[in-house]
Design a binder for this molecule. Structure first.
Ligand SMILES: *Cc1c(COP(=O)(O)O)cnc(C)c1O
Length: 368
């Protein structure tokens, strides 16, 4: 058997005719940027997100940067970020000129530990950036309470968790202004780079809307120094079709994760992903942990099973952040996760027989 880490077939094959028609429609319209397809997708994504507004942008990193910009976060400010996130969360803070301040995660859920946030707050702290890692919502009730108490903004990084909930409220609808990514591999993915901002604030909406388009609301009249980060018509139209299937795909991911939990539970060498109380998970990634990670990954590869490591080096130990002089051992949970985590194949269209083959191969690795 050959089981790739990710396959789009289950999602894209049944939509091929429909997506080809969308391509033709946009192609024939001769209108490729900032048109009706974008407006339609923004309307539908805000309905999906249960937020007043959504703004299509070029990618998830830009969505984060623009969100921080609308809050006037910049040099001299600090933003609290998880120590174990994808580096984009940190980079967005750095690009504004502010400093990312890492806080360790809860080991069993991979998400930022709300109980450690307050001790990281200083007089310079402007915002908290919770990242709903791997598809599970952070404990947003606790985080929002802390933010309110200290008068901080919240900017959610919702790139991996469209459709997840905390206390039945959707991720991407808690913070002042929030970012998501439609990178192809995300739960809702474009056929290229894309991203969005969600907010309930009229003021932040107007600001972000202008920043993403050269700082101009009226063509050739520039109110602020914006950037070019627009979601093009073709990607918007494709996302609009795929959005209709997101809940179904997420349910399939949840079922596959439950199946993995069931078939892997009797292997004592593995730690399986756990849920925080009142939080749901949409399994962008199914991440297990084991001390024998590297040998297990090599063994699975030898048997035709693709896996990935999210992420092999935490941001604080990346060369890109060497100027902050973080020491090895300073964020032990993030480092432990980097050394023990392994993401297994999980995507809509993965068959139970394939999943059982993955589980059986893992079992035989630990028996040998
Ligand atoms: C993918 C991702 C991003 C960045 O999104 P891009 O569209 O690749 O720019 C940001 N944060 C997290 C947690 C991500 O997984």
């Amino acid at each position: 058997m050959n089981i790739p880490f990710l396959s789009f077939s289950g999602m894209h094959d049944p939509l091929k005719t429909e997506l080809s028609k969308v391509f033709e429609k946009v192609y024939d319209s001769h209108w490729y940027i900032m048109g009706n397809n974008l407006k339609e997708f923004e309307k539908n994504y805000s309905i999906y997100s249960k937020t007043k507004y959504s703004i299509g942008v070029a990618n998830g990193l830009d969505a984060l940067i623009i969100s921080l910009k609308t809050l006037n976060i910049g040099p001299g400010d600090e933003v609290i970020v998880p120590s174990n996130t994808y580096i984009a969360s940190w980079l967005s803070v750095s690009y504004t000129g502010a400093i990312p301040v890492p806080v360790e995660p809860i080991e069993s859920t991979f998400n930022i530990n709300p109980d450690l946030i307050e001790s990281a707050i200083t007089s310079k702290t402007k915002a908290i950036m919770p990242v709903h890692l791997f598809g599970q919502s952070c404990e947003m009730d606790k985080i929002m309470t802390i933010a309110k108490k200290h008068n901080l903004f919240v900017v959610e990084d919702n790139a991996q968790s469209q459709g997840a909930r905390c206390n039945n409220k959707l991720t991407g609808s808690f913070g002042n202004i929030n970012a998501t990514s439609f990178y192809p591999g995300k739960n809702l993915g474009a056929l290229g780079d894309a991203g969005a901002i969600t907010t309930n604030s009229d003021d932040l909406y107007s600001k972000a809307n202008v920043i993403r388009n050269y700082g101009s609301e009226k063509k050739y009249y520039n109110e602020v120094k914006g950037i070019n980060s627009r979601l093009d018509e073709l990607q918007a139209a494709i996302l609009d079709v795929k959005l209709l299937h997101l809940n179904k795909w997420n349910s399939e991911r949840v079922e596959l994760a439950a199946k993995y939990n069931q078939v892997l539970s009797e292997i004592p060498e593995l730690t399986l992903p756990l849920l925080s109380p009142n939080c749901t998970h949409v399994y962008h990634l199914y991440v297990i942990r084991t001390k024998e990670r590297d040998a297990l990954q090599a063994y699975l590869a030898k048997h035709g099973i693709g896996t990935l490591i999210h992420y092999p080096i935490p941001p604080n130990l990346q060369k890109a952040y060497s100027e902050m002089n973080f020491k090895e051992g300073q964020f032990p949970i993030a480092e432990k996760m980097a050394n023990t985590s392994l993401s297994l194949p999980l995507y809509p269209g993965l068959k139970y027989s394939e999943l059982e083959f993955v589980a059986g191969t893992i079992r035989s690795f630990f028996k040998k």
